[in-house]
Ligand binder design. Structure first.
Ligand code: PLP
Length: 436
């Protein structure tokens, strides 16, 4: 253990000295250093340099969907790298893997969503969608149609456009973010009123996650997206679904919007397309949009990332999607998701401080309140302490305290079994009992 602790201490010092962490408190990071330095993963488990094993209860960042340690993906990456590590897809260039993956995505997505633009992640994919809808209306001669409506509590990423589209105010505390984003409450009446107030002729698109993730695991109100689809059609507003978390099986359907009977004009993907084994995202557009872009545009669409359609990332995605299909992992999400949601219900019955449980498939949250009857909150959020306690019992989860919420969020890998679900629920149960 002494050698192990020494190895940890040395790396922790270097981490503090040289590594600027994403989404972190500079002060806390500087004072405390890294809590974990992970070294390996297998299935739903992660192991760190000091030998601690924890359940990856959020699939890391809701992305390691097939679970850790699948060597097939490493093999697919290596074979592709050996054969063709990189070639451009700009202009008229292409390569085998990107074509295969674009076809695969077209086959998996609902409706006539048939053409994909690839990026390295979700933020770039959302920015691509926002630029593309504005480009589209410009081509149609409607240059004033540029506002994008987004929902409060939404999360769409951290690039300029994606931060601006994010409805959680905590992500918008920067000066001069991108203009023309409007934030709306999650009711159809509020959306309708906003469209009336602003004028449909000024609105390019509406963007939403099927189930909000980082904003607290919030499923939509009953019938919401069907009405959104109708409103968008009525007012010539494009509908963008951000399926970065929900895409490729997380909710028990291939895409989250399938639960809500709405097909968007643009579907945004990332995370689960590679289960985090390689960085990849994208924007899938409808056949109708594609044909209009072909008809209307007469120059070059000046938008492309060096790594749009990176061959190795595409090879990893293809292997990941093959595994999801061949091992019936979405079926397992439905089965284990039912156990998981039942577990949350059981917790709600046992703990007076649970005000609400929310979720779908392997995406779930527990809302903590001092007094659920009167919806009174604790003076200080307690979910942070519950998550810390759960970690002592070997479960990694997330606390969400934006917008006065006090939420425990979990989203384990699709390969989870019944015993492992029971373990997660039991650790949450113990942790709630200990802390409250
Ligand atoms: N959209 C949603 C719904 C997300 O949950 C995320 C990341 O958590 C993003 C977009 C941003 O993706 P990325 O972090 O890959 O840029």
């Amino acid at each position: 253990t002494e050698t192990v602790n020494k190895a940890y201490a040395q790396l922790a010092e270097l981490d503090k000295k040289h590594f600027m962490h994403p989404t972190t408190s500079f002060k806390q990071q500087h004072e405390q250093g890294p809590k974990f330095i992970f070294t390996e993963g297998k299935g739903i488990y992660l192991k760190d340099i000091r030998g601690n094993t924890v359940i990856d209860g959020l699939s890391s960042l809701w992305n390691v969907n097939i679970g850790h340690g699948r060597e097939e993906l490493g093999k697919a990456a290596m074979e592709q790298m050996k054969k063709l590590a990189f070639s451009s897809t700009f202009a008229t260039n292409s390569h085998e893997r990107v074509i295969e993956l674009a076809e695969k995505v077209a086959n998996m997505t609902p409706g006539d969503l048939n053409m994909t633009f690839f990026t390295s992640g979700g933020s770039e994919a959302n920015d691509t969608a926002f630029k593309t809808v504005r480009y589209y209306w410009q081509l149609k001669g409607q240059t004033q149609k540029k506002k994008i409506i987004t929902r409060k509590k939404s999360y769409h990423g951290v690039s300029m456009g994606a931060s601006s589209a994010t409805g959680l105010p905590a992500f918008r505390t920067f000066p001069s973010l991108a203009p023309d984003f409007l934030y709306v409450e999650s009711s159809i009446e509020a959306l309708e009123a906003l469209i009336q107030q602003e004028g449909a002729e000024t609105i390019a698109a509406f963007v939403s996650e099927p189930v909000q993730g980082s904003g607290g695991v919030n499923p939509p109100p009953e019938g919401y997206f069907k009405k959104v689809r109708a409103l968008c059609d009525q007012h010539d507003i494009l509908f963008i679904a951000d399926e970065v978390i929900t895409g490729f099986g997380r909710t028990g359907a291939t895409f989250g919007m399938e639960h809500y009977d709405a097909v968007p004009d643009i579907l945004v993907i990332a995370k689960g397309i590679t289960s985090g084994y390689a960085p990849l995202g994208g924007m899938v557009i409808s056949e109708k949009l594609k044909n209009e872009l072909i008809d209307l545009s007469d120059g070059v669409y000046m938008h492309g990332y060096t790594y749009s359609g990176h061959p190795m990332c595409c090879a990893v995605a293809l292997e990941n999607l093959r595994i999801i299909e061949e091992e019936n992992l979405i079926e397992n999400v439905r089965k284990m998701g039912a156990e998981f949601q039942k577990g949350f219900q059981w917790l709600a019955d046992r703990h007076d401080v649970i005000g609400d449980t929310r979720g779908i498939g392997l995406l779930g949250a527990v809302e903590i309140m001092k007094d659920p009857e009167t919806k009174t909150r604790f003076d200080e959020p307690v979910s942070v302490k519950v998550i810390e306690e759960a970690l002592k019992h070997g479960l990694l989860g997330r606390s969400i305290i934006y917008e006065g919420q006090d939420t425990l969020a979990f989203a384990p890998p699709f390969c989870i079994n019944k015993e492992e679900v029971a373990t997660i629920i039991s650790i949450i149960d113990q942790s709630l009992t200990t802390v409250l």
